[in-house]
Design a protein around this ligand. Structure first.
Ligand SMILES: NC(=O)C1=CN([C@@H]2O[C@H](COP(=O)(O)OP(=O)(O)OC[C@H]3O[C@@H](n4cnc5c(N)ncnc54)[C@H](O)[C@@H]3O)[C@@H](O)[C@H]2O)[C@@H](O)CC1
Ligand SMILES: Nc1ncnc2c1ncn2[C@@H]1O[C@H](COP(=O)(O)OP(=O)(O)O)[C@@H](O)[C@H]1O
Ligand SMILES: [K+]
Length: 504
């Protein structure tokens, strides 16, 4: 799915009104109906005594008024509270007139805000994508009042006060919603950790926005769900053999961290690689051969760290980093790897300590072969770039980093963001907090290595499929183990089922 800017969202509404030959209040009715049905469905599990709708002067408030009417007609006890304003949008006015007189509708007055009965709920329809500046005055007071009440808040489109795609000045008033329900496409604001307490859980409901407009809209950000990826993973041909899927080389592990190599190796095998060779220090030999008999061991002469780069000529892709350590000899291995991979156009994946080494030897960043895939978590990314002021700034650093180094970079987190050499960002939709456990990242590296070794996939598709399948495998695992009980090996067990769901 594309992620539109606030401006593009307005244009999409206009394009829909024209193409479908409907009035704007009819589109608003669709949005309100979608929201009301969602809310009624949600409330049937948690009975509410009263629904209080707080409506602003624009179309977000218009949505709120239409929802108030629909809920009233469905038998709910509804109260409407209006934010006073000099002017109102035309569709607000239409829906104000359509509100049945039986629905109490009162203008908010400073310091005389309603106290809400227990078990009532709030619908926040003060402001949506039309917010032009941080809230102040009465609107800010109302937001503070809503946030200080114990009542659950359901936001229409956006928690009021939050911009759709830009950061707030620190401490500006924003509604803290338990749930945010948007229309058609997700907003960038939904995806950032700094907004998690404001947006709550979120979902988007289809309202039939014009497909052609969305298809043609130039965007920098995408949200990757199953539909986005289905068909991108080719099935294994009948007469395929292990050579068809590539021979991968993994350089991983150091004394005390051979487990990282084991996890990445297992993930690579479950990811469908044809052949896997693993370079560990000598201390890893027995461990690896015992734990992962499917992989070939090519041990380093040194006991505790990798000190020599093996001959690269038989490999389709190379991954380096999990549990690698940062021995000075390993830096030289990384330096040679970058150089030789560049000359041979060999796909590379860099993770963990390989990234930390890049951070301490920044000159190596300019040696990255084009299309190299890096997989930092935010701390590792900071070591490669600079400290970000906020989550939006971090995304801009990610875009700039990928452009500058012509690389793909996976910024890991709840909505992992993949940056591309063109400066596009793809946000992943799968995964769960159970995956915040040691070794999850090693599993991702192994899986990505398998997909990069498969010559049938583009670098972009390999990365998108790997990130998505990794999160999906974590979700499938969590269904069995629960989130707290999930360990990295559980993710590995479900890589197969996760990939099978994506096959063409
Ligand atoms: N036909 C459409 O355009 C549709 C719009 N939809 C709804 O419309 C919303 C967008 O509506 P609008 O563009 O009218 O915008 P909003 O309703 O979000 O807000 C715009 C109004 O708020 C005022 N305003 C903006 N920032 C302010 C601030 N800081 N303090 C005080 N007043 C401020 C503006 O002057 C304007 O009156 C969406 O979020 C969505 O809820 C949906 O109904 C779908 C269809
Ligand atoms: N809350 C979460 N929701 C979804 N995925 C998560 C969450 N927390 C962690 N993950 C995923 O787990 C992996 C953790 O990687 P990383 O931090 O490198 O762990 P490690 O270094 O222990 O292997 C990443 O792919 C990340 O996206
Ligand atoms: K809102």
């Amino acid at each position: 799915m594309k992620i539109l800017s606030a401006e593009q969202t307005r244009a999409a509404d206009q394009a829909t009104i024209q193409a479908a030959n409907i009035r704007s209040d009819q589109l608003m009715e669709r949005a309100a109906t979608a929201f009301s049905e969602w809310l009624i469905n949600h409330l049937s599990q948690n009975a509410a005594s009263e629904v209080h709708l707080f409506c602003g002067p624009g179309n977000n408030g218009g949505d709120g008024l239409a929802v108030a009417r629909q809920l009233h007609l469905s038998g709910y006890a509804v109260h409407v509270w209006l934010l006073p304003a000099a002017t109102h949008s035309p569709d607000f006015i239409i829906n104000r007139q359509r509100l049945p007189t039986a629905v109490p509708c009162v203008e908010l007055v400073s310091k005389k805000f309603p106290t809400l009965a227990p078990r009532s709920i709030i619908v926040d329809a003060l402001f949506g994508t039309g917010l032009s500046r941080p809230l102040e005055g009465l609107a800010a007071e109302v937001v503070q009042h809503l946030n200080s009440s114990e009542t659950a808040v359901f936001a229409i489109d956006l928690p009021s006060g939050l911009f759709a795609d830009a950061p707030q000045p620190p401490d500006s008033p924003v509604v803290r919603a338990q749930h945010t329900v948007g229309f058609e496409l997700p907003k960038l604001a939904y995806l950032l950790p700094q907004n998690a307490q404001l947006v709550g859980t979120w979902e988007v409901l289809p309202i039939g926005l014009n497909k052609e407009f969305i298809h043609n809209a130039p965007v920098e950000n995408y949200f990757v769900d199953t539909n986005f990826l289905v068909g991108r993973l080719p099935k294994r041909p009948k007469f395929a053999h292990k050579g068809t899927f590539g021979h991968a080389l993994l350089l991983a592990g150091s004394f005390g961290k051979i487990g990282a190599a084991v996890l990445a190796a297992r993930a690579c095998l479950h990811g469908g690689v044809g052949l896997l060779t693993v370079r560990t220090p000598a201390v890893g030999y027995i461990i690896l051969q015992t734990a992962v008999p499917e992989a070939m061991a090519l041990t380093d002469p040194a006991s505790d760290f990798i000190t020599e780069l093996p001959d690269l000529k038989s490999y389709a892709a190379v991954g380096i980093g999990p549990g690698l350590g940062q021995d000075p000899a390993t830096v030289e291995v990384l330096r040679q790897l970058l150089q030789q991979a560049h000359e041979a156009s060999l796909p590379l994946i860099l993770d963990a300590d390989a990234l930390n080494l890049l951070g301490t030897h920044r000159e190596l960043l300019d040696q990255l072969p084009p299309n190299t895939l890096l997989t930092p978590h935010p701390k590792e990314f900071e070591r490669l770039t600079e400290r970000a002021h906020n989550d939006y700034h971090r995304l801009e650093l990610l875009r700039a980093f990928c452009r500058r180094h012509t690389c793909y970079c996976v910024l890991k987190g709840a909505y992992t963001a993949l940056g591309t050499p063109e400066g596009l960002l793809y946000f992943n939709s799968t995964g769960n907090p159970g995956m915040g456990t040691g070794g999850s990242g090693d599993v991702l590296t192994g899986l990505l290595l398998a997909l990069r070794a498969d010559q049938r996939l583009s670098p972009l598709d390999a990365a998108l499929l790997g990130i998505f399948a990794h999160g999906h495998a974590g979700d499938l695992a969590a269904q069995q183990t629960g989130e707290a009980g999930l360990i990295a090996s559980d993710i590995v067990r479900f890589i197969g089922p996760a990939l099978a769901g994506l096959e063409r």
